[in-house]
Design a protein around this ligand. Structure first.
Ligand SMILES: [Zn+2]
Length: 888
């Protein structure tokens, strides 16, 4: 390693002529921690900025997806600090959940121990990334001082009537012995974890009434212009609002009625049967003795199918008649009542009217079951008697519909609903696809639901002063049976808080999505032991100004967080409607992936560490391999470990590559050659700055202060510069201020970090090529390059900043503003065209008007050669660019 001794006013220091990231990165990380640079300011004079990454699950090791996510947020946080904001940039752990419990079962390590070890390890990895995180606000959702407030929030919901118990059919994993969300069941009806065939089971469970907020959750999407449109669309579809009709079909021989919901009341004259969900309470009533055995067998069979299996598009619909009949109130006609697997009791009314002529699913079902198909809507000018080969689902003209015949079906919808209302057998209804949120989990590693079941009083909330309900630590994990909590008699059996009678604790824990639905609020006052948060603090810092995370959370996590925010607002705890002002969903990180095209399934992937990239062959068979880019995963063996990249190139290079390779929302292909490209760029910046420093110190008389004070507000850059004299200096200064302008614009709004880094490269080229290296303009350029680089490559920037003689951290420097005067070019290049063909170019004064431009062009060599003695019919001038002579 070469080093050169330099004397500066402060004393002697060494300048490495080579960039050595390992020696500087840890040093700066320690210095920043000592200086407390990342602490959240308490002084509220500056405008606030809350930059937040979706917090990780503590699996134990960081992957490239994390690195990308946190780097994006970190650049924004660092930039905002330099722009004069007080910034909150916290980190925490989404630490409850199944993996810890499975690790406990597999390895006998208690979940808490396993989780905290992983947190410790990942915290060190994150610190090695040099992220400007305020670790003072760190939270872990599995810590009692956090889940105390999760439980407190549950009780807020309970008091508001938004938490209730209900018996419900759930997806039951017979191996893991737990309830699964629909998202955890694959397309074959198997558990995502255990692979077990999922069963349906009835359990009494806790729900949160998110449906009460469906309309507001839908409408307020309009208040989020900073969210990607696809995410808002996914949320809207998940809420799934529709406007239709609720109609009642009387049961023959009973006073009971079957209520159905339909978005197509205009087709009601075409109803040829009614279908109940097998679990519908009316099923027993309508089943005739002849059908009883068959119906019971069918219900039994369907009970064990998952919801996904029952509703899969490509599966044949199964159903049987109950023998019972209902009356179509519009026609007075008797129609058969069926039960079928595709009707779910949890959706709508648990019953549907069958209109095979105008619904694709009903058409298929009717064809398979040989049920009548009756056309009641025809296309304009169509034939009412034509037989159908598929359902006609478009709007049209009503036929075979009594007094509504000839009516347009869109109008018909309203007319039918009005008629039904008048006759007393129906009304208009708005319905949502969204259902209440099932939050009960029969698992240990989650926040216990703070309820005590008393034989006298029913469900009794645990009093606030008794929170948290702590998870007991002495738990045996066998991986079998129900919840381990249910077996802990000492924990379960407690006196009722209200009447003192022996009672039992609720043994369900909460869905981990609850923990992550409010963590962003706790960060604003993370250490408060008295309250969930101080109201002034939460209302000051919220909403999150920029939220960054994966698209896989586009629906549930964001919807639940919005729901929690609205409920807590209605409880008087918050003064805002939406938690996240702007959302950035970063793309995936893809790795070079090898596969054997002659193999199929999981076997075809060959881990890249087993492959010679110059001659990729299957190590087992010797067959040549093909390569693609695919999302990094263990199963494909295509991952790149962050620690390996950091060891080889340093964090700053890894950050620069991640930011430069693709815009944040796009997928990023990991490419070693491009990583090296960024390493070379940082080396070039290093060389430019260190050469400048060496050059300056070798000149005995300091002509000017290296410290680019001029970059700070108060001293204008023009004052500091004593008139850049030559054209060379003016051109360089223009390049510097174009860089300031372009980088500043790229990092706002859409976060075009890749083009921002391109601008930094242009500036470094301009400095490299400059022939005025002793000028004050050059010094301005060097200082500017270092400051602009700071949010992207924070360690090297701070090192170079200090080499330039500054005593403060570059991260406390002010983000530069460009000087509009510097952008104005004295001269521009004017292209001369004759008859549209480019013949040459000349330098002209930038402010020349059209008449002057024509004069310069005519007088130039090009003009004299091509125009002299010819008739000019027309002159076309594009100011600042070109002039075109049309000759006669
Ligand atoms: Zn009681």
């Amino acid at each position: 390693m070469e080093a050169e001794k330099i004397t500066d006013p402060v004393g002697e220091f060494l300048v490495d002529s080579r960039y050595n990231p390992a020696s500087i990165e840890e040093k700066w990380q320690t210095t920043w921690a000592e200086l407390g640079l990342d602490h959240t300011p308490t002084d509220t004079n500056q405008p606030k900025y809350y930059a937040l990454s979706m917090f990780p699950y503590p699996s134990g090791s960081l992957h490239m997806g994390h690195v990308r996510n946190y780097t994006i947020t970190d650049v924004i946080a660092r930039l905002k600090r330099m722009q004069g904001y007080r910034v909150l940039h916290p980190m925490g752990w989404d630490a409850f959940g199944l993996p810890a419990e499975n690790a406990a079962i597999d390895r006998g390590v208690p979940p808490a121990k396993w989780t905290y070890q992983n947190i410790e390890q990942m915290r060190q990895q994150l610190k090695r990334l040099g992220l400007s995180i305020d670790w003072n606000c760190e939270v872990a959702t599995c810590s009692p001082d956090y889940y105390k407030w999760t439980q407190w929030i549950f009780l807020q919901f309970y008091q508001a009537g938004l938490a209730y118990q209900k018996e419900a059919a759930v997806n039951w994993d017979p191996i893991d012995q737990t309830v699964l969300a629909n998202e955890q069941v694959d397309s074959e009806g198997r558990s995502w974890r255990s692979g077990a065939k999922v069963e349906r089971k009835l359990l009494r469970q806790w729900f949160l009434k998110i449906t009460d907020y469906a309309e507001e959750l839908l409408n307020d999407l309009d208040k989020l212009p900073g969210w990607p449109e696809p995410v808002k669309l996914m949320q809207a579809n998940w809420i799934g609002k529709s406007t239709g009709a609720y109609l009642e079909f009387p049961i023959v021989g009973s006073s009971e009625k079957i209520g159905v919901y339909t978005t197509r009341p205009d087709t009601v004259y075409g109803v040829s049967y009614v279908v109940l969900a097998p679990e519908h309470p009316l099923t027993k009533l309508v089943t005739t003795p002849e059908q009883q055995a068959a119906v019971e067998a069918f219900v039994e069979e369907v009970t064990n199918e998952s919801e996904l299996e029952r509703t899969a598009e490509d599966k044949p619909k199964r159903g049987i008649p109950t023998g019972g009949k209902a009356i179509n109130p519009f026609t007075g006609e008797e129609i058969p009542i069926w039960i079928a697997d595709y009707v779910l009791y949890e959706y709508g009314t648990g019953a549907v009217m069958g209109v095979p002529a105008h619904d694709a699913r009903d058409f298929k079902f009717a064809k398979e079951q040989n049920l009548p198909i009756k056309v009641v809507i025809v296309p304009e000018g169509g034939d009412a008697d034509a037989s159908l080969t598929e359902a006609y689902t478009e709007p049209g003209i009503m036929v075979n519909s009594s007094q509504f015949d000839g009516m347009n079906s869109t109008e018909g919808k309203k007319a039918i609903v009005q008629y039904a209302e008048k006759q007393g057998f129906g009304k208009e209804r708005v319905q949502y696809r969204l259902r209440d949120w099932l939050i009960s989990r029969q698992r240990y590693w989650g926040a216990p639901i703070p309820i005590i079941h008393c034989p006298n009083c029913g469900a009794v909330p645990v009093p606030d002063q008794d929170l948290p309900v702590r998870l007991p630590e002495d738990v045996e994990f066998t991986g079998r049976g129900g919840s381990p909590l249910a077996r802990l008699e000492d924990w379960v059996n407690v006196p009722c808080p209200t009447c003192g009678t022996p009672a039992q604790r609720e043994t369900d824990t909460m869905d981990t999505f609850i923990d992550s639905s409010w963590y962003f609020l706790r960060f604003t006052d993370a250490k408060n032991e008295q309250q969930i948060f101080d109201s002034a603090k939460v209302n000051d810092w919220m909403s999150v100004d920029q939220y960054v995370g994966g698209i896989e959370h586009a629906i549930l996590h964001l919807l639940y967080s919005r729901f929690f925010t609205k409920v807590l607002r209605d409880r008087g705890l918050l003064k805002f409607d939406e938690p996240f002002q702007r959302l950035l969903t970063q793309g995936m990180v893809q790795g070079l992936t090898y596969f054997n095209p002659n193999k199929s399934g999981k076997d075809k992937w060959v881990p890249s560490h087993l492959v010679d990239p110059t001659n990729p062959r299957d190590p087992q068979t010797g067959e040549p391999l093909e390569r693609i880019y695919a999302t990094m995963s263990k199963s494909k063996g295509n991952g790149v470990a962050p620690e390996d990249v950091i060891a080889k190139y340093g964090v700053d290079t890894a950050r620069m590559f991640i930011l430069f390779k693709a815009p944040p929302e796009k997928d990023l292909e990991w490419d070693e050659a491009d990583v090296e490209g960024q390493f070379r760029f940082l080396n070039r910046v290093w060389r430019l700055v260190t050469e400048f420093v060496v050059n300056q110190s070798s000149q005995q008389t300091a002509q000017f202060q290296i410290t680019p004070l001029a970059l700070n507000e108060g001293t204008s850059a023009t004052q500091w510069l004593q008139n850049p004299k030559s054209k060379i200096e003016k051109d360089l200064r223009r390049a510097i201020h174009i860089a300031i302008k372009e980088v500043s614009e790229d990092v706002e709004g859409e976060y075009q970090f890749n083009t921002a880094i391109s601008e930094l490269m242009k500036l470094s080229n301009a400095l490299n090529d400059a022939t005025c290296k002793d000028s004050s303009v050059y010094a301005e350029g060097i200082g500017t390059l270092v400051v602009l680089l700071a949010p992207f490559a924070p360690h090297i920037a701070d090192e170079l900043w200090h080499l330039l003689g500054n005593n403060n951290s570059v991260h406390t420097a002010t983000w530069p503003k460009y000087d509009p005067a510097a952008l104005v070019a004295d001269e521009i290049t004017l292209v001369i065209q004759i008859m549209g063909k480019t013949r040459g170019a000349i330098q002209v004064p930038a402010q020349a008007n059209k008449v002057e431009l024509e004069k310069y062009a005519r007088e130039s060599d090009v003009g004299q050669r091509y125009i002299e003695g010819k008739e000019v019919k027309k002159v076309i001038v594009v100011p600042g660019k070109l002039i075109n002579f049309v000759l006669g």
